[in-house]
Design a protein around this ligand. Structure first.
Ligand code: PAZ
Length: 357
């Protein structure tokens, strides 16, 4: 790949779409996005593309095994609700079966959704009284989004589907100009198996069923293959799509990316590095263990500031949080309810600047 050879990263990106197959349902997804965007562009409404959840890396074409990551889609699904509340239309590009706006309150939790229900005296199924008030509020926000057609759900599973969709949607959002916002909260794989190095069938663990990998042709071995009893996985880097997004696919939109780290001493440096490398508007840094309680905003004007919501145990210092976060109580405030209005404010400034030119 380009970085290994010291050649430009950009040269690999067009190649990516030449050499990795277009997902079969891409055109249908892009068509539905086009009419959604046209509707909101005609109403001069801002449109946020919120990405959410983790991408998978399949090891076989007929996929039995794949590499995945931890992301549940909480950040994306929660943020999408606050963008809707702030008046945006939202394209929610999410990992299939990860958390969704509104339904997230009742899915993937320790409760089964049936735990929210009961029978009334007449035997009809109703919501338990303790959940009535909160569910009524969620329901009315959900209904509003449906009535006004402000939420479009588009699923992906693999990193390949994600990249094709991101590119296709960015092109569709170009006519929105500065009214478009990219909020990239998905956990996208850094490494993948390119199509040319993907085996068709399930990798055979038994030595009795293994094949010659290259057929003596000199071609590179499949990215995932058996070497005796060992499974060897040798992945290529995913091309740096953020650069293409900023420079080519969405040059006039506001672009906000997230940076995840586990080492607190690296977070600010890595976030600033990403911002300088890709020249977009804002990087929001977060640590795996404290991401529900604190995030670091690193913006193009040089500013750096933490946003922190109160934790269950207020007596803890942030350093203690990093050491002891497994025992933190859930925050009483969803941090996205503070993140999104800040992002929207920055977006307003950017739109005003564009209009004054
Ligand atoms: O999905 P989730 O709520 O469990 O986690 C959110 C997150 C940590 C994936 C997100 O905030 C993030 O940092 N996304 C970017 C990851 C990265 O590519 O560095």
């Amino acid at each position: 790949m380009a970085q290994q050879n010291g050649t430009s990263e950009q040269s690999t990106e067009p190649d990516y779409f030449q050499t990795n197959p277009k997902p079969p349902n891409l055109d249908r997804q892009i068509t539905s996005a086009r009419s959604f965007i046209e509707q909101h562009a005609s109403q001069d409404r801002r449109v946020a593309l919120v990405t959410s959840g983790g991408t998978t890396v399949p090891l076989e074409n007929q996929t039995v095994r794949f590499i995945d990551n931890f992301s549940a889609g909480t950040r994306g699904a929660t943020s999408a609700e606050y963008f809707l509340e702030a008046g945006y239309a939202v394209i929610f590009l999410h990992r299939q079966f990860s958390l969704l706006p509104y339904s997230r309150h009742y899915s993937h939790s320790t409760n089964c959704f049936l735990d929210f229900m009961t029978h009334n005296d007449a035997g009809a199924v109703v919501v338990e009284s303790e959940y009535q008030q909160q569910m009524a509020q969620v329901l009315s926000r959900y209904r509003k989004a449906k009535q006004e057609n402000t939420l479009l759900l588009l699923p992906f599973t693999t990193v390949n589907e994600y990249l094709w969709l991101l590119r296709g949607l960015a092109m569709q959002m170009q006519p929105l100009g500065a009214n478009g916002l990219f909020y990239l909260a998905a956990a996208v794989s850094d490494f993948f198996v390119p199509a040319e190095r993907m085996v068709e069938h399930k990798i055979q663990s038994s030595e009795d069923f293994q094949e010659d990998l290259t057929n003596g042709s000199g071609a590179r071995a499949p990215a995932a293959h058996m070497d005796g009893k060992r499974l060897v996985i040798d992945l290529d880097p995913v091309p740096k799509f953020l650069k293409m997004l900023v420079d080519g696919w969405a040059p006039r939109s506001m672009i906000v990316s997230f940076k995840l780290e586990t080492d607190p001493s690296l977070l600010a440096r890595k976030a600033r590095y990403a911002l300088e490398k890709y020249s977009h508007h804002l990087v929001i840094g977060n640590l795996l263990n404290t991401r529900k309680w604190e995030v670091l905003f690193v913006s193009a004007d040089g500013g750096e500031r933490w946003i922190r919501v109160p934790a269950g145990r207020r007596s803890h210092s942030v350093t203690q949080w990093h050491q002891d976060s497994a025992h933190l109580e859930e925050p009483t405030i969803e941090i996205e309810s503070w993140i999104v209005p800040e992002v929207a404010k920055e977006h307003t400034k950017m739109i005003e600047k564009t209009l004054s030119k």
